[in-house]
Ligand binder design. Structure first.
Ligand code: KG4
Ligand code: ZN
Length: 347
């Protein structure tokens, strides 16, 4: 029997809806919220309001693009956690109302599980068990995925997420939010070996990015003369500005290279320790062109199979919620109408 799922994602600042039939994505509609740009980060209250405005047209666009109608939908899926609570509430209430009105099952999806399972959208799929490095604006995790519904976190960040490391570095360079894609763009033209930022020594499979941020701050305060803050190095505002303008591409390339080596050294360790040879990338930062290239290169060198979701399934999107819900549907993992959205959630 064919199964069609309507999925809604609203955990942060993207309102998205998708239709998936039998594991195939028929539509994936995303409305971005430009309202946050001038604030240098997502403003939760504004995000909730924008979701309220976007949700009906986005769901309608997803249904129309897929060429189906609401009565062909077999289940309604939504992002339950984690995320901004006001944002999650818009998507979850909308999904619950639709489930009630259509009398169709409701499927609650974990956003981080969905990022991982986005790797099962494409024809070429990893075999189980596989390792996934999930790198987003809020999370950085290494997960062992035994099946689409059985995932185990084996490493995670102890402070900032990889996406935050990109965005905070970009902010220090005077680049607008979200800075990750801009660092990527400038890095393409720069020399990654020009400046050496430190790699933190964190035991096991965990990550840390806060030291990198501090070293970039001092490096810029000292106009590139030192990674350690000393009063005698302190540059004037103008000197700092000129230094950034004259070296932006090399600074971005060097920062990006360090973030990539921090991430990939831990993935290598995870693969060697577990003996798992199918490796996936997921999350918004997996849109980074340098990371994608280095990840694939690592796989080629080590003889490991690497998988990266298509670009549109890396950053927040409802297609990943739909594909995860498709597997949950097979296992009859339905939620009841009393289920609640949650800002923080364990697996
Ligand atoms: O997964 P995502 O869309 O949202 C969260 O769940 O957080 O990830 C957003 C993060 C932001 O930090 C953004 O700067 C980063 O992904 N990002 C990138 C790139 N595209 C998005 N970082 C580096 N290079 C990119 N090309
Ligand atoms: Zn995300």
């Amino acid at each position: 029997m064919s199964v069609t799922i309507l999925a809604i994602e609203s955990s942060c600042d993207e309102t998205s809806a998708a239709i998936c039939t039998d594991g195939k994505i028929l539509s994936n509609y995303i409305a971005n919220q430009s309202v946050h740009e001038k604030y240098g980060g997502v403003v939760p209250e504004l995000a909730s309001r924008a979701h309220m405005q976007n949700i009906v047209p986005v769901v309608k666009a997803a249904i129309d693009t897929a060429g189906c109608s609401l009565d062909q939908v077999d289940a309604i899926a939504f992002t339950q956690s984690p995320g901004l609570i006001g944002s999650l509430l818009v998507g979850s209430q909308f999904a619950k109302s639709l489930s009630l009105a259509l009398n169709k099952p409701l499927i609650a999806v974990h956003h981080m599980q969905a990022h991982v399972i986005a790797n099962l959208i494409e024809e070429k799929k990893p075999s189980f068990p596989f390792i996934c490095l999930t790198v987003s604006g809020g999370h950085t995790q290494i997960v062992v995925c035994e099946s689409p519904t059985q995932l185990r976190v084996i490493g995670e960040t102890i402070d900032d997420a990889a996406g935050e490391a990109f965005d905070k570095s970009a902010k220090l360079l005077g680049l607008p939010y979200p800075g990750g894609p801009l660092i990527d763009k400038h890095a393409k033209e720069g020399n990654p070996d020009r400046f050496q930022f430190p790699e933190p020594k964190i035991p096991g499979l965990n990550f840390s990015f806060s030291g990198l941020k501090t070293s970039i701050l001092y490096f810029l305060q000292n106009a590139g003369t030192s990674l350690v803050y000393k009063e005698e190095f302190k540059a004037s505002e103008q000197e700092r500005y000129d230094f950034i303008q004259n070296n932006l591409n090399d600074i971005c390339a060097s920062i990006q290279q360090r973030i990539i080596t921090i991430l990939l050294n831990k993935v290598k360790k995870a693969a060697e320790e577990t003996g798992i040879t199918d490796l996936c990338l997921a999350g918004g930062v997996s849109a980074n062109s340098g990371l994608r290239k280095a990840f694939e290169e690592m796989g080629r060198k080590k003889g490991w199979n690497t998988f990266i979701p298509a670009f549109q399934y890396c950053t927040d999107n409802a297609a990943m919620i739909a594909i995860t819900a498709y597997y949950k549907y097979q296992e009859r993992q339905f939620a009841d109408l009393s289920t609640e959205a949650s800002a923080r959630a364990e697996w």
